[in-house]
Design a protein around this ligand. Structure first.
Ligand SMILES: Cc1cc2nc3c(=O)[nH]c(=O)nc-3n(C[C@H](O)[C@H](O)[C@H](O)COP(=O)(O)OP(=O)(O)OC[C@H]3O[C@@H](n4cnc5c(N)ncnc54)[C@H](O)[C@@H]3O)c2cc1C
Length: 534
């Protein structure tokens, strides 16, 4: 017989969104418990030692999307968070021995090495995308208008919200309106082909369109994924990506401290087995150890598929909702490695150490290369010429590796979330890890020999370790019919699920994936509204 406890709010999962949600609710005076399955909170934003003396962000590894309001409200800087800038944004080594270096003050000259026409178009490109991303960024902390079939009085606030949104859209100049439409409907590749003629700059920008997105850069809709990766900022610098000293776990540990200071009870090693439902209402959860936690509101930080396929009795859900959750699309083509390095890599195209070693180093010289990698992965599970982004955070942070040694994150794209013919990633993980290292070694000979330890996470491992169904890093594909009011499904874009008292606060709700904190922030606002009005 398990123990019983009573709370205002029970949160299933202590990912960063669960923590953000818990903070706001506790700050409003509610008694909140967070139940996390793993031995540490943070979900996909954690730092762990993966080789003796070497620590790194295990999954997510670079910060930008985390909302400034959340940093301020949770006083994350006071809790110890320190985010630093990369000294260069991106570096693209090329097979012919040349390279493209992208970052403030150098992009124009660098692009001019390949096309003076493209160099001349950079400012206009940034300006146009900037206008669109400012608009979308402004929606991140808002609850989308919900599509409702209830009566007029329920619909009225949603209609007003939609009206306000239409007014903001109308405020964009016509060129930006066209861009917004193009980015939502077209491919990143088509969009970039309209702007530029040279491959390297299209590859650097286009990489954002395939991150966590198992798709060709020419797949319609990848334009939005590109935009999504531009919605953040680092210490006020829009669109930039940076590094949290101590890795991504430093963000979530600071969040956990903020929660504890507000009285949140955080329990680890506390997997939830089931959402408890009585008379059509979620009234608590049952943990795997048999404990019952009763609460006025139950909030899930899990991806929607995991929640509704594993933790809620299907018989208690409307049939139509179940069908739509079953067809909710999940699956990133992401293969994630952490490597311990005895020395820094030396790239053939630029052998001396420099700022470029703090950059996101992209091995994927063109959009065509990325397209081919995707096609290969569809056919056989991965490509012999895979897409690898490497970041070496120890060039910015001396807390991660012993003196003189380094750690690198390899964020490899375009492996199949599920292998063809029912093959298991467990049988192919090490071989594919060798391939990823060999791919870097082709551009930086000696790299393979410098690897003295490694951690390898296939899509299957990402599911096993973090509960990310089909290895989906965003809790669901970022496609038009799964965005904004339609995330996770139309009619439930306001964080409320079809069982009264049940909410979602994770990346499977607006505004989607990434270490943003926004879904947690927004869900807390809606839960507070409901609990107050009762
Ligand atoms: C490999 C990888 C690389 C990424 N890189 C970046 C990046 O560089 N920058 C960026 O901004 N974003 C990145 N992302 C995306 C980002 O990390 C995620 O979108 C985000 O962390 C998800 O946060 P969340 O709080 O919504 O959910 P999660 O982090 O998924 O948290 C859900 C929590 O629920 C817990 N849980 C699951 N089942 C149960 C259960 N039954 N009972 C109790 N608890 C349970 C899980 O253990 C987990 O802690 C990356 C993701 C991955 C996987």
């Amino acid at each position: 017989m398990g123990r019983r406890s009573e709370w205002d709010v029970a949160i299933i999962g202590g990912g960063h969104n669960g923590l953000v949600c818990a903070f706001y609710l506790a700050r409003a005076g509610l008694r909140v418990v967070v139940l996390e399955r793993r031995g540490t909170v943070g979900g996909a934003a954690v730092t762990e030692e993966f080789h003796p003396g070497f620590r790194n962000s295990v999954a997510s590894y670079t910060v930008s999307l985390l909302q400034p309001k959340i940093i301020a409200d949770l006083k994350l800087h006071e809790q110890g968070l320190h985010i630093v800038h990369r000294r260069m944004a991106n570096f693209l080594p090329l097979p012919d021995g040349r390279y493209l270096a992208v970052g403030e003050g150098r992009t124009r000259d660098e692009v001019a090495k390949f096309s003076t026409r493209d160099a001349g178009r950079l400012d206009a490109y940034q300006e146009r995308l900037g206008a669109v991303s400012d608009l979308v960024r402004g929606l991140m902390l808002e609850t989308p208008p919900n599509v409702t079939q209830s009566g007029f009085w329920t619909a009225l606030p949603e209609i007003l919200k939609a009206g306000r949104l239409a007014r903001r859209l109308g405020g964009l100049d016509p060129a930006a309106q066209r861009d917004l439409l193009a980015l939502l409907g077209r491919s990143a590749g088509d969009y970039l082909d309209d702007w530029f003629e040279s491959d390297p700059i299209k590859a650097v920008y286009g990489f954002d369109g395939i991150v966590g997105n198992y798709a060709s850069p020419y797949t319609p809709g990848s334009g939005y994924v590109l935009l999504h990766h531009l919605l953040g900022e680092v210490n006020g610098k829009r669109g930039a990506w940076g590094h949290a000293i101590g890795g991504m776990g430093a963000i979530t540990q600071a969040m956990a401290k903020a929660c504890t200071a507000e009285g949140v009870d955080i329990r680890v090693h506390a997997p939830v087995a089931e959402v408890l439902v009585e008379r059509g209402r979620a009234v608590g959860v049952v943990c795997e150890n048999g404990d019952t936690v009763r609460a006025r509101a139950v909030i899930s930080n899990l991806n929607p598929k995991l929640l509704f396929q594993k933790l809620v009795d299907p018989a208690l859900l409307p049939q139509d909702f179940r069908t739509r959750i079953d067809s909710y699309r999940m699956g990133s083509g992401t293969f994630r490695m952490n490597v311990a390095l005895s020395e820094l890599p030396r790239f053939t195209c630029l052998p001396d150490a420099g700022d470029y070693l703090t950059a996101g180093i992209i091995i994927a010289p063109s959009l065509t290369y990325m397209d081919r990698a995707f096609t290969d992965a569809r056919a056989k599970g991965w490509s012999d010429n895979p897409v690898v982004e490497m970041l070496i955070p120890s060039t910015l942070d001396d807390t991660l590796a012993p003196e003189g040694a380094h750690v690198a994150s390899l964020f490899c794209q375009h492996v199949a979330p599920r292998l063809p013919n029912g093959a298991s990633w467990d049988d192919h993980r090490e071989k594919v890890a060798d391939l990823m290292i060999a791919t870097v070694d082709r551009y930086a000979p000696g790299f393979a020999a410098s690897v003295i330890g490694r951690q390898v996470l296939s899509p299957q491992d990402l599911e096993r370790v973090f509960g990310l169904t089909s290895g989906d890093i965003m809790h669901g594909r970022l496609e038009l019919d799964q965005l904004f009011s339609a995330r996770p499904v139309l009619g439930h874009g306001d964080y409320r699920m079809p069982l009264t008292g049940l909410y979602i606060c994770g990346s499977g709700t607006h505004p989607g994936g990434g270490v943003t904190g926004a879904p947690g922030h927004n869900a807390a606002r809606e839960v507070l509204r409901d609990l107050k009005s009762r």
